[in-house]
Design a protein around this ligand. Structure first.
Ligand code: NBP
Length: 473
C-alpha cells in the first residue's frame, strides 16, 4: 500500500497534522530525522488510521503515491533548507513539497523558484492554530502553483477547520503568498492581543477592578460583537488563581512578553512596502518594551500623574467601544498590507477569502471576520475596511467613547499605545489636511527636496537662502 501524503518532522505540529490526516482516512507516511519520534507516533496513535512509518528519506519517498505529496513540518529556517536538500533529489517532476512551517515568505519565494526549475512544486503553506488546530482542524493558507492546489486542495480542505460547512482553507496565490498571509495573520494576532491587554490594564488600573471582576467583563463581551477565541481565553486566564500562592494568576506571571518573530516580520515587510501598520508595530514594540527589564527598572521612579481611579460605571462600556474601534483599525491595516503585498508580487489575493478562512482553526477566529468578509464581498476593491458601511458606522458610534478612553489613559498614566495609535490613524485618514505640507516645506528648506502644489502640476523649489522666489524644479 502507498500513502496518499507524507509528513516529515514529527514534533508537536507534524505529529498532530499526520494524525489529523490519518483520522480523515488518508493513509499517511511518517518520517522524522530522529526515528524515535516516528516509532512513538505509531505506537501511541497507530490505531487512529493508516500510518506508514519510514526510517530513511528513501523509504519515505518510495512509500508515497505519485505525484508525491510531501509535507515538511520542521523548524523554520536552516532546517527547512536541509530537509529540501535531502528530499528534492529523491523526487520527480510533478511531485510536491509542502512547507507547513512558519517560513519567511521571501525564503519561500526563493525555494519555490529553485524547485520550479527542477519541476517540483514547492507549496509554502501557512498553518495556524497551534498543536490543537493541527489535530482538530487548523486554518490553512497554501501558496504555490494552481496546479499543485488541484492535487493538494481536497486533502488540505478535508483536514482544515470548518465554519458553517465552509473549509478554512483556500489557495491564497502563487509562490510566497500563503506564508505572507500567515505572517500578516500573526501580526494582526499581536495587535489583537495587545488591544485586549490594554483593555485589561485600563479596567484594572483606571477603573480599579480586580482580575476576577475583569474576567466577568470579558465574559460579557464575549456574548456580543467582540465574540472571539482571544476574548474567551482572556476571561479564562484572568479568572485563574495561582495554586501555590492563592493570588490571581496574572499577578504572579513575570510581565515580560516574548515573541518568535512573525510580528516583527509583518512590521519589517510593511516598512518595505510603505504600508502604515501602527497598530501591529505598537504591539510588537509593547512586547519589546516589556522585555527591557533594566531600562524599566531605571525608569521606575519617574514622575507620573497623581492617579485617581475613575469610578464611572460606564467606563467598561467605553473600553469595549475603544477596543472594537481599535480592532477594526488593526485589521484594516493588516488587510492593507496583504493588498499591498499582493499588488507588489502579483498574487491576486482574494481578501474576503482570507477573512473567511480565519473564521475557524486559528487564534484570531472571531465573529467579526464575517463582517470583514461581507465588506469585501460588497466591494472587493475597497481601499480600506474603515470606509465599509458597517465599520464606518461602528467606529462613528464608538468614537466619542474611544477618545474618552484614550484621554483617560493619558490622564491617569496608563500606557495605551494600541488604542492611541489606532485613533491617530483614524484621525489621520479622515483629516482634511495633514501637517505633511509643513514637512514638505521643511524638506525643501534644508535639502531642496522640492514640493508639489495643490493648485498646479509640477515640482517646485523655493529659494529659501535667497529672495524666496519659487522656481520650477
Ligand atoms: P519545531 O519547530 O520545534 O521543530 C522540531 C522538528 O524539526 C523536529 O521534527 C526536528 O527533528 C526537526 N528538525 C530540526 Br530542529 N532540524 C532538522 C534538520 N536539520 N533536518 C531534519 N529535521 C530537523 O517543531 P514544531 O513546534 O512542531 O513546529 C514545526 C513548524 O510549524 C515550525 O516551522 C513552526 O514554526 C511551525 N508552527 C508551529 C506552531 C506551534 O504552535 N508550535 C504553530 C504554527 C506553526 P528531530 O526530532 O530529529 O530533532
Amino acid at each position: 500500500q502507498k500513502a496518499r501524503i507524507g509528513v516529515t518532522g514529527l514534533a508537536v505540529m507534524g505529529r498532530n497534522l499526520a494524525r489529523n490526516l490519518a483520522r480523515h482516512g488518508h493513509p499517511v507516511a511518517v518520517h522524522n530525522r530522529t526515528s524515535a519520534r516516528t516509532k512513538a507516533l505509531v505506537e501511541e496513535f497507530g490505531g487512529e488510521g493508516t500510518f506508514l512509518p519510514a526510517e530513511t528519506p528513501e523509504r519515505f519517498v518510495e512509500s508515497l503515491e505519485r505525484p508525491r505529496r510531501l509535507v515538511v513540518m520542521v523548524k523554520a529556517g536552516g532546517p527547512t533548507d536541509a530537509v529540501i536538500d535531502e528530499f528534492a533529489p529523491l523526487l520527480e517532476p510533478g511531485d510536491m513539497i509542502v512547507d507547513g512551517g512558519n517560513a519567511n515568505f521571501a525564503d519561500t519565494r526563493r525555494r519555490e523558484a529553485d524547485l520550479r526549475e527542477r519541476g517540483i512544486h514547492f507549496v509554502g503553506t501557512g498553518i495556524s492554530g497551534g498543536e490543537e488546530g493541527a489535530l482538530h482542524g487548523p486554518s490553512i493558507m497554501p501558496g504555490g502553483s494552481a496546479e499543485s492546489y488541484e492535487a493538494l486542495g481536497p486533502l488540505l480542505e478535508d483536514i482544515s477547520a470548518k465554519v458553517d460547512g465552509t473549509p478554512c482553507c483556500v489557495h491564497v496565490g502563487p509562490d510566497g503568498a500563503g506564508h505572507f498571509v500567515k505572517m500578516v495573520h500573526n501580526g494582526i494576532e499581536y495587535a489583537d492581543m495587545q488591544l485586549i491587554a490594554e483593555s485589561y490594564d485600563l479596567l484594572r488600573h483606571a477603573a480599579g477592578l480586580a482580575p476576577a471582576e475583569i474576567a466577568e467583563v470579558f465574559r460579557t463581551w464575549n456574548t456580543g460583537r467582540l465574540e472571539s477565541y482571544l476574548i474567551e481565553i482572556t476571561a479564562e486566564v484572568l479568572a485563574h488563581t495561582d495554586a501555590s500562592t492563592g493570588r490571581p494568576f496574572v499577578d504572579v506571571v513575570l510581565d515580560q512578553a516574548e515573541q518568535k518573530g512573525t510580528g516583527r516580520w509583518t512590521v519589517q515587510t510593511a516598512l518595505d512596502l510603505g504600508v502604515p501598520v501602527g497598530g501591529i508595530a505598537e504591539a510588537v514594540f509593547a512586547r519589546s518594551v516589556s522585555g527591557h527589564a533594566a531600562l524599566r527598572e531605571a525608569a521606575r521612579g519617574l514622575p507620573g500623574p497623581s492617579r485617581t481611579a475613575v469610578a464611572d460605571s460606564g467606563f467598561a462600556d467605553a473600553v469595549e467601544k475603544a477596543l472594537y474601534a481599535s480592532k477594526i483599525v488593526a485589521y484594516a491595516q493588516g488587510f492593507h498590507e496583504i493588498q499591498a503585498g499582493s499588488a507588489e508580487y502579483g498574487w491576486n489575493i482574494d481578501l474576503g477569502a482570507m477573512a473567511t478562512i480565519w473564521r475557524g482553526g486559528c487564534i484570531i477566529r472571531a465573529r467579526f471576520l464575517d463582517r470583514i468578509r461581507a465588506a469585501y464581498e460588497a466591494d472587493p476593491e475597497t481601499p480600506t475596511l474603515l470606509t465599509d458601511d458597517h465599520f464606518a458606522e461602528a467606529v462613528g458610534d464608538a468614537q466619542d467613547a474611544w477618545r474618552e478612553v484614550v484621554a483617560t489613559a493619558a490622564r491617569l498614566g496608563v500606557p495605551a499605545p494600541g488604542f492611541s495609535t489606532a485613533l491617530a490613524y483614524y484621525d489621520s485618514l479622515r483629516a482634511d489636511r495633514l501637517p505633511a505640507a509643513l514637512t514638505q516645506g521643511q524638506r525643501d528648506f534644508f535639502g531642496a527636496h522640492t514640493y508639489r502644489r495643490t493648485d498646479r502640476d509640477g515640482s517646485f523649489h523655493t529659494l529659501w537662502g535667497g529672495d524666496r522666489t519659487e522656481v520650477g524644479a
